[in-house]
Design a protein around this ligand. Sequence first.
Ligand code: NAD
Length: 479
Amino acid sequence: MPEIPAVSRRLLLGGALATGALAAGVGTAQAAPVMQAGAVPAPMPRRRPGQKSMIDVPYESHGTVRVGVIGLGNRGSGMTEGWSVVPGCTVTAVCDIRADRARRTADRLVATGKPRPAEYGGSDESFAQMLERDDIDLVYIATPWEFHYPQGKAAMLAGKHVIVELPIATEIDELWDLVDTSERTRRHLMLAENCSYGRNELAMLKMAHEGLFGDITNGHGGYLHDLRELLFSDTYYTDAWRRLWHTRSTASFYAMHGLAPVAAAMDINRGDRMAVLRATATEPKGLADYRERFMPRSHPSWKETYVNGDLVTCLIDTAKGRVIRAEHDVSSPRPYSRINSLAGSRGIFEDYAGVMSTSGGRIYVEPDHGGHSWRAFDAYRKEFDHWLWRKIGDDAANNGGHGGMDYVLQWRTVQLMRAGLVPDIDVYDSAAWCSPVPLSVKSLAAGGRPVEIPDFTRGSWVNLRMGLDSRASEMPPVA
Ligand SMILES: NC(=O)c1ccc[n+]([C@@H]2O[C@H](COP(=O)([O-])OP(=O)(O)OC[C@H]3O[C@@H](n4cnc5c(N)ncnc54)[C@H](O)[C@@H]3O)[C@@H](O)[C@H]2O)c1
């Protein structure tokens, strides 16, 4: 295998290698999106006077990053402890509509030797009071999906940068509004897409950008997680908020964990873009079947009707003619997978290949391999390990959930803010990756017709630039 240069061959060659730009002529800003006849169009709202792109805009340097957290359930409470152990980061305020959760989280931080954060809670407007503080640089939002858009927007209007759990919003006009609010307020808003910082995902990105797969032609990712037991638990999701989404519409609610790494490897918004989406959905069977077998007739879930298809698949055409298949299924019995697969003219990678393992992976690339048989990924993962994992992989293993990728996301976000660097994931990536939520609804309502995906960059997607494939850099020393 070739030795990896510090800067990827893709950037040295102006992107020609991985993006197929030599053949397609991209990089010259003339590439036209492939629009399908009959596709439902996606209007592009105009920028207001004074509103400017946030692409390549660095964070201002922060000596310490002061975090305010909204939503202290399963995810938010664990991530709060994660923020508190990143060098140069401190949690100054915590908020939950349930005041006891703010108290519990504050107590836990104090028990681990951290300063006590200010507590907010008691009403669904408590977060707005927290946002009035002037000692918060970054707001982290881990509330149910319906609150992400209003809370993310309010945080930017209050002058804070924002990191929001998946999805940042669930409607197209809300996604545009978050882009526009970011451009007007000059605050960054990013999706907390931890899986994009997964070790295999970042190795896949590096292999793609080094040209190992030749011209990338297709990718496949998703979120296939049997959540039935948790969805029907009375103690896990607060007020059953996540199950209730399955009573509202058929949508690809949460495919971003598998879609985003494939999109990053394809340079989406950095030389290519997601242009058209078509959705299919199977019948909603899984949740009703589970309820029938395991839930007593007195359970409140018996008043509900589940309409979300078990397997929702989005086929996404990119402007440069690639295809992404993004899947979502949380209501069928099956082992966990984010699929995480990428293929091109010289080879293919598939994650989740082992029988028991979630981190196995298999590969087949020419000229290294032949004979139509898969090879183990281990040696490639070592060779193409991203600098972030080489640098902080041991810390991540000790500190973080989800195999360490939560810590890598948090460490990197704090590093970018402290060092005054450009975000790896910006508001345009976040909006594009979340757009299949409403667009799958739209496509399915139109009988599976193709729908155009908005260009949230307003034309800047043609320019090659770095993202998750960042250059190695140091965390500034803590004073
Ligand atoms: N990236 C990941 O790996 C990952 C993993 C799990 C969950 N998540 C995401 O995290 C978010 C939270 O999920 P969860 O499992 O922690 O749910 P949860 O029900 O355990 O927690 C949600 C919390 O938000 C609070 N809340 C509700 N409305 C509020 C409001 N208006 N203001 C303040 N607090 C409010 C609730 O009281 C609760 O404590 C979801 O968006 C979910 O998709 C992401």
